[in-house]
Design a protein around this ligand. Structure first.
Ligand SMILES: Cc1ncc(COP(=O)(O)O)c(C=O)c1O
Length: 329
């Protein structure tokens, strides 16, 4: 029975969904959403804060400032609350309203940057704002998840060994790419431990991380509008790009079986299913994919009919979501 005194002490690291009976896909899905932050980003947040405290960068009275599309911000909000720091999260209009409410409920200040960068995304604008804040205000500490090695180290020492323990014969690992912290930590672990695991990065169409052209993206979490400093393609065996329509089709296929996952899980599972069908037709290699979070914070977007109609009208028709029954009393 785990008994904890800080929210970041608890994390389920050994839960997998077998997608064979669910989606007819030979894939085990590692669920990273069962902790108080509700996502894989708790590990990176905890590791970056612990290192900054060790290095004497974060001290009593410090303010943490960070750019986040939502999940790292939520994780930092609860750690900042636990450790007694002020936290300012810089995000953009694509951040789920539920994520912003969660951060505020945890005592964080949320600032939304709404002017786009040269690539038509928000990342550069967010980072410019965070940099200026960190430079101009005394006691402000920018952890910089895009370049902080403790981001990938959290997965090198946590996520990857946990997968290795459960699947000693692992053949293929699919990891979604945002900052690429999860991807680089896992890829480095399996390479440096001499394990013959094919590492497949899964990214969104319209992300520039692996050299694609920038395009409109609506689902937060995966993908970037400027290349993250952490990415090192020499550790990555293959890259799959997934269209957001396939992301949304896949999360709805999962929810129709009772598994309510977040958007980037749809991206990773869709990319993995297509990659496995192309590379291992009719076969079942030992394959794992990482599900970064769960679906509740996406109820206003990818699970909401009006949002789908506004942003993906053909798909909204195709999915035929059941409407709410308003019953008179
Ligand atoms: C929902 C979700 N999926 C995937 C990722 C990507 O993880 P990473 O930054 O380790 O590449 C993030 C990161 O913010 C996320 O919030």
């Amino acid at each position: 029975m785990p008994i904890i005194t800080s929210p970041q002490e608890f994390n389920v690291d050994d839960l997998y969904v077998d997608l064979r009976p669910v989606l007819d896909c030979p894939l085990y899905l590692k669920c990273e959403g069962f902790n108080f932050a509700g996502s894989v980003k708790l590990k990176a947040a905890a590791a970056m804060v612990a290192a900054a405290e060790r290095d004497g960068v974060l001290t009593a009275g410090s303010t943490i400032v960070e750019s986040s599309s939502g999940n790292l911000g939520i994780a930092l909000s609860l750690i900042a609350a636990d450790r007694g720091y002020r936290f300012v999260c810089v995000t953009d209009p694509r951040c789920n309203p539920a994520s912003m409410r969660l951060m505020r409920a945890l005592g964080a200040e949320v600032r939304v940057i709404s002017h786009q960068d040269a690539n038509g995304g928000y990342l550069e604008s967010r980072i410019d704002y965070v940099r200026s804040l960190a430079e101009s205000e005394d006691g402000c500490v920018w952890l910089n998840q895009y370049a902080n090695s403790n981001n990938w180290r959290a997965h090198y020492s946590g996520t990857a060994p946990a997968i290795d323990r459960q699947f000693p014969d692992l053949e293929v690992l699919f990891v979604g790419a945002g900052t690429t912290g999860t991807l680089m930590g896992c890829a480095r672990y399996f390479r440096e431990h001499g394990r013959p695991v094919t590492i497949v990065a899964v990214d969104a169409v319209g992300s520039v991380t692996f050299g694609g052209l920038p395009e409109r993206r609506m689902v937060p979490g995966l993908g970037t509008s400027s290349r993250p400093a952490l990415v090192d393609e020499s550790y990555v065996d293959d890259v799959v790009h997934v269209a957001e329509t396939d992301t949304i089709r896949t999360v709805h296929a999962l929810s129709s079986r009772g598994f309510l996952f977040g958007g980037s899980t749809g991206t990773v599972v869709s990319g993995a299913a297509h990659w496995l069908a192309a590379k291992y037709p009719g076969a079942s290699p030992v394959a794992v994919a990482i599900a970064p979070d769960l679906g509740e914070r996406y109820l206003d977007s990818i699970y909401e009919e009006s949002w789908l109609r506004e942003n993906f009208s053909d798909l909204a028709r195709e999915l035929q979501l059941p409407g709410a029954d308003i019953l008179g009393v």
